[in-house]
Design a protein around this ligand. Structure first.
Ligand SMILES: Cc1cc2nc3c(=O)[nH]c(=O)nc-3n(C[C@H](O)[C@H](O)[C@H](O)COP(=O)(O)OP(=O)(O)OC[C@H]3O[C@@H](n4cnc5c(N)ncnc54)[C@H](O)[C@@H]3O)c2cc1C
Length: 421
């Protein structure tokens, strides 16, 4: 029988009453959690072992409405806010990190063009053009189950925001000719559209970040190829191979944002880059939940051997709980204050939340392995996958753990424009 005083390992990560979620938010997050436990968890091990993309999860997400979680309700989606999406993604991350991370790439294409774009300054003409164009993408997603990805990284300084993207869009009659190379293109070979960031550059023009375009490139367009192999440490199901674009013609209607608006978003809505963290928040919770179940002798698939009576195990569980609560509290605050033109303290908190989630997810998984012991890291259990997947979080540009440290340090000590001269 269920003892209500006990911690249920499948209970919501952020209880509705404790975190003051309203009914609609709590219901949506709860249904994502049930979906993760029922649909994603049983398939996770095989996709991890074979490094294959879990396309059937995305088909099932379409049925569930989750592909359109951030599509406005007026366009047939669930209309989730930034925070509601983040909470739902954390719940999915508990059950399959690779699916949650790939889903983030897809959802970002709707969140950035949806709630986030609604919050940005646009002229009346830009707004009308944007609303018209995004309807096309939303119809494909909600109606046909189209999957979008988000290949930004190029192996240079562009994904960190330091220079203009090397992938270029040459304006031509009716659209653009796009050429370039994207590395770590999660969902490569599986997505229907690649949401590519590139630099618009006419004849004789210099490359500028202000001219960044965000374009949806159909996977089947002439000149698109996926290359290279994919055999990484973790997040194996994301299948993040290399995308090559050679003079791909992209019609103007495939612009996911009007000219200049991506640059505006990147500079005035910084929390847009925090959306990689929910997956890892979920992995942190999963490492803790595994440990409690295992030490209690209640982990399905393992003998009912209890290990909880040793004081060292109890101390480890306490330390893990404290680290998890600290991580959740900071992260919840950061995702709750995402908005246009946040205060400096809110931006620094977002960096701190990203750093904390990414580093602590892996620290918790490492501690879980030490505490539970050798049998707990065998490949028939989920912990070693959680450990490998969680290691990837700190590497994700543009807000890698190192870049967050750099910025927090510099911006804590210097105000904008200050130098030591
Ligand atoms: C599982 C997984 C899935 C991914 N999926 C996607 C995806 O779908 N789309 C996508 O675009 N990318 C994706 N990435 C790529 C990711 O965001 C990074 O671009 C990639 O990990 C960078 O690798 P690199 O070796 O080229 O890093 P480098 O650019 O060589 O950087 C190495 C480290 O140096 C530091 N660094 C880099 N630039 C700066 C700077 N300007 N200032 C200070 N420090 C800096 C950072 O800490 C960085 O971690 C994925 C990565 C992983 C691991």
């Amino acid at each position: 029988m269920n003892d209500p005083a006990r911690d249920d390992p499948d209970a919501p990560m952020f209880a509705a009453d404790a975190f003051r979620l309203d009914r609609a938010e709590a219901d949506l997050v709860a249904s994502a959690r049930r979906f993760g436990a029922r649909v994603l968890a049983p398939r996770a091990a095989q996709h991890d072992r074979d490094a294959t993309f879990p396309i059937e999860n995305f088909r099932d997400m379409h049925e569930e409405g989750l592909l359109g979680i951030c599509v406005p309700q007026s366009d047939g989606g669930l209309g989730a806010s930034y925070r509601t999406y983040s909470l739902a993604a954390a719940e999915l991350g508990r059950y399959c990190g690779a699916t949650a991370l790939s889903w983030n790439m897809h959802v970002s294409s709707t969140l950035w063009t949806g709630a986030l774009a609604d919050d940005l300054m646009m002229t009346v003409e830009e707004r009308a053009e944007h609303n018209e164009r995004r309807r096309l993408h939303y119809k494909r997603i909600v109606g046909d189950g189209a999957v979008y990805s988000q290949p930004f990284s190029e192996g240079g300084a562009a994904a960190a925001g330091a220079v203009a993207f090397g992938t270029e869009a040459k304006p031509v009659e009716g659209g653009f000719l796009v050429s370039g190379k994207k590395i770590f293109a999660s969902l490569s070979g599986a997505a229907d559209y690649y949401g590519v960031l590139c630099t618009e550059r006419g004849e004789g023009e210099g490359a500028s970040r202000r001219n960044t375009l965000y374009l949806a490139i159909p996977a089947g367009a002439a000149g698109v190829t996926v290359t290279g192999d994919w055999d990484p440490l973790g997040m194996r199901g994301t299948v993040s191979r290399t995308l090559l674009l050679a003079d791909v013609f992209v019609p103007e209607d495939e612009m996911l944002m009007p000219r200049g608006v991506y640059f505006r978003a990147a500079t005035s809505w910084p929390h847009m880059f925090l959306t990689l963290s929910p997956t890892y928040m979920g992995l942190a919770q999963a490492a803790y939940d595994f440990t409690v179940r295992y030490l209690r002798g209640e982990l399905p698939g393992t003998p009912p051997v209890k290990r909880r009576m040793y004081p060292t195990k109890q101390i480890a569980a306490a330390e893990m709980r404290i680290m998890l609560e600290q991580t959740k509290a900071l992260w919840f605050q950061a995702i709750s204050e995402a908005r246009a033109n946040p205060a400096k303290s809110q931006v620094l908190r977002a960096y701190a939340a990203q750093f904390t989630v990414m580093e602590n997810a892996n620290a918790l998984a490492a501690k879980a392995i030490r505490t539970c012991g050798g049998q707990a890291m065998l490949k028939n259990l989920s912990l070693e996958r959680i450990y490998r997947d969680s290691r990837c979080g700190s590497l994700m540009l543009p807000w890698t753990a190192e870049i967050c440290l750099d910025r927090i340090g510099r911006e804590s000590l210097y105000e904008a424009g200050e130098t030591d001269e």
